[in-house]
Design a protein around this ligand. Structure first.
Ligand code: GLU
Length: 525
């Protein structure tokens, strides 16, 4: 039975690179009909755990990554919080002391520091002299008589190698001569991460430890702990870094933001902020950044697009397939096809996945997914009145592939939901297209033409406009932009005849009248 785990510390946010690691664990478990467990590494937690964990759990739920055991769902190996398992770790530390794999160490920080400095001066790797080690009651009594306090350290091997086979890295060897006696328990009795992690992986019957590459160097000491406690050692798989775009450096918020400032990404960069402003959300710098999953939920990405993009950060089905459904990922995922090279997180590429997934999304689902954005923006009541559904469907149809993320709907649909007298104008477009008396005269004339249109639909409106252009002997550009601004307030948007149709005849005429009055007023001053 395959059992994998993801072990986040409650940091208050879900990092996109963490999701990649969790996804590989989740897929591996699903692929083998096993279980995926969430374990909470909260031993060093200063803040409120529940509060700091909530966004992480929320992120997983939003992405559709369910966990079989862990917070909220429980399971047969409770508790899943390290902070609640201290006694078990203490018992393991005692076992290591009893078997001679660990010792009490009475060195002071100053003494250790002096040893470290001496090693540095001689340019040799620092290895603790074990001068203040106590393995017997007498030795302990001697140091304690001096008023010293102790920690518990592992008595690590000093020669030979630790060799293991990693599912991604292959055969790996670490020399014991470069390892240091690790502290596993502090003076106050609390235990440290490595011990806790190994004990938990064993107690939770984890078969595969699939985690980020930065933990590779932790593995020898963890294997030493596991073997010393008589545990079966899980299979390790260390995934390549999720790197910054175009580099091998680990993905960081600061660098990614810099990358997003590049002109190509201007829209992407500003996107979240525009949406956030519109829905009146006070975004904290913590959550409002593209390294954190909240950003994608806020702007309205599709979870399936995100997961599809993330699965390719270090894994591939073959050399060409890019689009994979969750089912296809589960059916095909294997650790053998995970690469060693760092995988670059490219927002532009993720954006392209989102675009493709959005185009494929059935209209009904798109409508349902867009509605909450309009509600958050205060454009539609919650619950939505029944006429909103068909209207929104029409708008989304008219937007076509302009809608890249759900949040886009706010920019494209705002004017369909506001009252005529509250519609806002894009000032630049207004001045450009309605600044001259000729433009206003044409708009006035066209308003009269519209007023007598009987069948208010796209083909009729289209024909009306073209007939008007022909009889006035003007270019279509001389009237079409003015009509768009007058009826939507914007210089760009979905097809104009769709817009007119959706706004409706009465509102179109009222909006044109309002625009003409406003323009006349402006021209007079
Ligand atoms: N809490 C650890 C981390 O977030 C987990 C490490 C592990 O997977 O063993 O890095």
């Amino acid at each position: 039975m395959v059992r994998t785990r993801f072990a986040p510390s409650p940091t208050g946010y879900l990092h996109i690179g963490g999701v990649r690691t969790a996804l590989f664990n989740w897929l591996y478990a699903k692929r083998h009909g096993g279980q995926f467990i969430l374990r909470i590494d909260d031993t060093d937690q200063q803040r409120n755990v529940e509060e700091a964990l909530a966004p992480i759990l929320h992120g997983f739920r939003w992405l559709g990554m369910d966990w079989d055991e862990g917070p909220e769902v429980g399971g047969p190996y409770e508790p899943y919080y390290q902070s609640e398992r201290l006694e078990r770790y203490q018992q393991a530390a005692q076992q290591l002391l009893d078997s001679g794999h660990a010792y009490y160490d009475y060195a002071t920080p100053e003494e250790l520091d002096a040893e470290r400095k001496a090693a540095d001066a001689e340019k040799r790797p620092f290895q603790y002299s074990r001068k203040y080690m106590a393995e017997t009651a007498e030795e302990r009594a001697k140091w304690e008589a001096e008023g010293r306090s102790h920690v518990v350290r592992l008595k690590m091997p000093r020669e030979g190698v630790c060799a293991f086979t990693d599912s991604v890295r292959g055969d790996v060897e670490f020399q014991w001569s470069k390892e240091n006696d690790l502290v596993i328990q502090r003076a106050d009795g609390t235990c440290l991460y490595h011990l806790a992690s190994v004990v938990d992986d064993y107690d939770l019957k984890i078969t595969h430890v699939i985690r980020a590459e930065e933990h590779l160097s932790n593995t020898p000491r963890q294997i030493f702990i596991g073997q010393s406690l008589g545990f079966d050692i899980p299979q390790y798989a260390h995934l390549p870094y999720v790197a910054e775009p175009g580099s091998k450096n680990k993905l960081s918020k600061r660098k990614l933001e810099k990358y997003l400032k590049n002109a190509d990404f201007k829209r992407l960069n500003e996107h979240g902020q525009v949406i956030a402003d519109q829905i009146g959300l006070t975004t904290s710098a913590e959550t409002f950044n593209p390294v954190i999953v909240d950003f994608y939920e806020l702007t309205g990405y599709l979870p399936a697009a995100i997961l599809n993009y993330l699965v390719l950060l270090g894994w591939s089905l073959d050399d060409k397939t890019e689009d994979l459904s969750i089912e296809e990922m589960i059916a095909n995922f294997s650790l053998e096809r995970v690469t060693k090279a760092p995988a670059s997180f490219d927002c532009k590429k993720l954006w392209a996945f989102q675009d493709r997934y959005m185009q494929k999304l059935p209209l009904k689902q798109k409508t349902a997914a867009c509605l909450p954005y309009l509600q958050k923006a205060g454009l539609v009541a919650d619950p939505a009145p029944c006429e909103v559904g068909p209207k929104l469907t029409r708008i989304i149809e008219a937007c076509g592939d302009r809608l890249k993320v759900m949040g886009d709907i706010i920019a494209y649909a705002d004017y369909f939901f506001v009252a005529d007298e509250e519609m806002k104008y894009d000032e630049k477009a207004f001045n450009k297209r309605l600044g001259s008396p000729e433009a206003l005269a044409l708009l006035t004339k066209f308003r009269a033409t519209l007023a007598v249109v009987e069948t208010w639909d796209v083909p009729t409106l289209d024909k009306t406009m073209h007939d008007f252009v022909a009889s006035e002997e003007i270019k279509i550009g001389e009237i079409i932009h003015a009509v768009r601004i007058a009826t939507t307030g914007q210089g760009v948007g979905p097809g104009l005849f769709d817009c007119l149709d959706i706004v409706g005849k009465d509102s179109c005429l009222a909006r044109i009248d309002r625009t003409l009055a406003l323009a006349a007023e402006r021209n007079a001053t």
